[in-house]
Design a protein around this ligand. Structure first.
Ligand SMILES: [Zn+2]
Length: 342
């Protein structure tokens, strides 16, 4: 058999086996079988010694050509196998987006936080600025500057947590009104949201810690009508169109005149229902014109400037808004309760 025929035989055999390789391991075995030290083509190369010197160059060239062809075929097959393996892996690793998974628990905002943020949006939209201050406060700011002198009934030890004779846990956010008036020149337009403390027994409507938001406006020619307009805008923003205010005379040491403010019952829109005990009104906040004595104590000339102030209990608003029957629910931290408000 001539050299050409033997090469053709090796080539045919190699092609048959090549088609059967389905992984890199069997391909490598085939390479060794043909091109390895003991491979078929290598053996053919060795057998050239038997040829005459004249025949050897031509035979060597043929064998080398075949080696290159086979190398190219093996390389091509290797690429094909790699591509197949890659497709197979992709198929295996495909993510099934319809598969049910356990979602991580996501928290929700506290109802008081929700109400506070909504009210901050409402008042900042009307040009108010948020000011915050210390919860442990000097008697001077909490009481004296609010026209509540020593021996005033509001100072009764039952109502106030005293740290010592001159330091209290603030009983309202009003000390921030005093601090603001003492450090700024009118016009002043601020809201003071925050925690306040009263030595109250815990029950369905009382807690020793609760939240307030007070508002203060000081400028020339500020009247009770401005307070009314501001609170009407607040009522519609928080409770919706058609909700308005009703003012009833009241008394607070730091305002003169003072008023309790009722809002139209949002549950019945004033017709009278169980929520408003048939009156059509819900008591929501207190306010009035800033007492001139307070203005003077805080360094503002009461013959030039006037102002109004109001204070809103945030828990009460949250309880009405979300129909929460018991204030204690808001402080127990039960996620089954808290998770309902989103
Ligand atoms: Zn009602």
């Amino acid at each position: 058999m001539g050299m050409k025929e033997r090469i053709a035989e090796i080539h045919e055999a190699m092609l048959r086996e090549l088609a059967g390789t389905d992984e890199m391991k069997s391909l490598e075995a085939l390479r060794v079988k043909v091109l390895g030290k003991k491979g078929d083509l290598t053996a053919l190369l060795r057998s050239m010694g038997q040829l005459s010197p004249e025949e050897r160059p031509a035979a060597g060239a043929l064998i080398n050509e075949e080696r290159e062809r086979i190398t190219a075929l093996l390389e091509e097959r290797a690429q094909t196998l790699k591509e197949m393996a890659r497709k197979e892996a992709l198929k295996r690793e495909t993510i099934d987006v319809t598969e049910p998974v356990t979602m991580p628990a996501i928290g929700s905002e506290h109802p008081v936080t929700l109400v506070m943020n909504e009210m901050i949006d409402c008042f900042t939209g009307m040009g108010f600025e948020v000011v915050e201050g210390p919860e442990v406060e000097l008697d001077h700011y909490n009481f004296e500057l609010m026209n509540i002198p020593k021996n005033h009934p509001a100072r009764d030890a039952q109502d106030t947590f005293y740290v010592d004779d001159n330091i209290v846990l603030r009983t309202h956010t009003s000390p921030m009104q005093a601090r603001t008036m003492l450090t700024r020149k009118p016009p002043i337009r601020v809201i003071c949201p925050g925690r306040v403390f009263r030595a109250d027994e815990v029950d369905a409507t009382h807690s020793p810690v609760f939240h307030q938001m007070e508002g203060l406006v000081i400028d020339k020619d500020v009247t009770m009508a401005d307070l009314r307009g501001t609170l009407n805008a607040f009522a519609e923003y928080v409770y919706g169109k058609g909700i308005t205010t009703r003012f009833r005379p009241s008394f607070f040491p730091f305002t003169e005149p003072s008023t309790e403010v009722d809002l139209t019952c949002a549950a019945c829109h004033g017709k009278g229902c169980r929520v408003c005990k048939g009156t059509g009104w819900i008591e929501v906040l207190g306010g009035g014109m800033v007492n001139p004595k307070v203005l003077e104590m805080c360094g503002i000339d009461s013959s030039v400037y006037s102002g109004f102030a109001f204070g809103i209990g945030l828990e009460r608003i949250a309880m009405q808004r979300y129909g929460i029957p018991d204030m204690r629910l808001m402080y127990e931290g039960d996620v089954r309760f808290l998770g309902q408000f989103r």
